[in-house]
Design a protein around this ligand. Structure first.
Ligand SMILES: [Fe+2]
Length: 317
């Protein structure tokens, strides 16, 4: 049974436990989310002026869209305002800034299917973020910026939570993924990186949640979810980010990981909401094991900016 809680009146510990057992949580009363939406809209309006962002694909070729987004997305991801808004949202939702670690917010773009659907606007098939080496404590936060409809949103297979699903996550290694992100050629029209997904998966039932702009959806990174192929005729813009609770990482409290076969860890991607410090390397090795000697431990955006890479970091839909 899948449960969606709307503004649950529970402690933060209870909230995390609800998520780890597969429930979804919709938060509708956080002014900071509306602030984040306004900031993203302002950015998109500037990017595509004088056209409406939701019709950007009608005015640009897929290659042009990839180029425009390839420049803008890293700027948005690392903008001080994005970071401040993320922290405001997490804190307002009741998470302890000293115990909560966050990963940078990722803007997502979904264009109608005959337009850009690879590389920077990749449409994710059924997957769990844990197949991308996310820890079992990962909580995903997802909110629409504009244009959300049932024909361009994301979907969940709630019944597959905690059940083994045939998948190819054994081909994913986080250290290799860091290497690939640095060396990939332009991804327009093709995509050769490892993207773990379910094999021939058919959901018995699909759940689609359509938050209004200003509302935010929380779900475990262990949920089976996918992008919906965009047949709406309009672009969809959304933002998502991930957090983990340090105490839960230490205690091993988290979502089921039964069918996860990937290697490596994304723990180094997280920063403290309070101090912006990452986990000590020794802590990561204790939790996730030692990396290969020549491993690229963290993807470096500055190095990536020097390449022609137009790729979207692994993660949500
Ligand atoms: Fe995802």
């Amino acid at each position: 049974m899948g449960v969606v809680h709307v503004d649950p009146q529970v402690s933060n510990k209870e909230l995390r436990d609800l998520l780890y057992r597969g429930d979804l949580i919709l938060l509708t009363r956080l002014p900071a989310v509306a602030g984040f939406v306004a900031f993203a809209r302002e950015q998109l309006a500037g990017l595509f002026a004088p056209h409406e962002p939701r019709d950007a694909h009608a005015h640009h070729t897929p290659a042009e869209l990839a180029r425009i987004l390839g420049v803008w997305k890293p700027q948005f991801i690392h903008h001080p305002r994005s970071k401040a808004l993320l922290k405001a949202v997490v804190t307002a939702a009741g998470f302890d800034p000293r115990e909560t670690m966050y990963d940078v917010p990722k803007p997502r773009t979904s264009y109608p299917r005959e337009h850009l659907t690879t590389g920077i606007a990749y449409a994710f098939p059924w997957h769990r973020d844990t197949w991308y080496a996310a820890p079992s404590q990962q909580i995903n936060w997802w909110f629409p910026v504009s244009g959300l409809t049932p024909q361009n949103a994301m979907k969940f297979d709630l019944q597959s939570f905690g059940r083994s699903v045939d998948n190819d996550s054994s081909g994913f290694d986080s250290y290799q993924a860091n290497r690939d992100r640095l060396t990939a050629a332009s991804q327009v029209g093709k995509d050769t990186r490892s993207r773990p997904g379910a094999r021939n998966h058919v959901a018995r039932d699909e759940m689609v949640v359509l938050p209004d702009p200003g509302q935010i959806l929380l779900f475990s990174g262990a949920h089976l979810h996918a992008s919906i192929e965009n047949t709406s005729g309009h672009a969809r813009y959304s933002v998502d980010f991930r957090i983990i609770d340090r105490r839960d990482v230490v205690s091993g409290t988290g979502a089921p990981m039964g069918d996860v076969q990937c290697s490596g860890t994304m723990l180094r991607e997280y920063r403290s909401v309070d101090s912006d410090e990452g986990f000590p390397e020794e802590f990561v090795r204790r939790m996730a094991g030692a990396p290969p000697e020549d491993a690229i431990l963290l993807f470096d955006e500055k190095l990536a900016a020097k390449s022609t890479t137009l790729v979207q970091p692994a993660g949500s839909s």
